[in-house]
Design a protein around this ligand. Sequence first.
Ligand SMILES: [Zn+2]
Length: 273
Amino acid sequence: MDLAKQKPALLYTTAVATLLTLLLAGAFFNLIPWTSSATEAYPGTQQQPGEVPVDPPGAVEPEPGPQQKQPLFEGNINRLPLEMIIDLLSFMESPIAGARINMTDGQLPGAPRAYRNGTHEGTDYYNGFSGTPIARGTPILAAADGIVVRIDHTYIEMTRAERDEYHRISAASLTTPEDILDKYRGRQIWLEHSGKVITRYAHLDTVKDDLAVGDSVTAGQQIATVGNSGTGPAITGANTEMHLHFEIWLNGYYLGQGLSAADTRTILRGILE
Ligand SMILES: [Zn+2]
């Protein structure tokens, strides 16, 4: 056999095979421009900077939905001046009709939570601290127009043994592990609003039966009721610790993250009262 002739042939075969593989992979993952279909080019997302968008003939301008693709603000919203944060989030309203923001620092975002070795990421609405009666069954309202992104129709309360185990794991960790924190929030509903703002409603007693993930809700629409799910007293069915825990998120930061309690209160009062 002539090695000098065989080697280039082998190289040629390998090169062709590699090229074919790349082309197939490119087509599969849509990496090559000419494999994209013409319809995908329309939404304008692939425009070059400064290019004027040209609508295809007969195109109907889509109505701006509650879920805007662009975040309200890039990065950590808590770094902005307080007035600007309030202005950006002023489209929101109180999740409990007529409720005031809690004046106790410990019930605001950023407060330490020693029992689970972590930090509070939301605002608590308790009876006696919110200027309006709050009890099991108090209606919880959508804080703004939005889409349901999570709703816990089936929820099973943790047992005493499970809760003790979560405490033990949290104590041995740097902070409350996210999966355990999720258990402590109990029954929940999450909404996504304009500008990719997310609101989370926790410790719920009930969620609306007729709501599902993907459904639209309007500001002020009842989505759930106040309960104490995920808290210690819920294990025995006790009627204490009834409150709404309410969080606002953008780009992976909760509103109030890294801010003083006073600044956080100013922002929350500015947007929700
Ligand atoms: Zn809370």
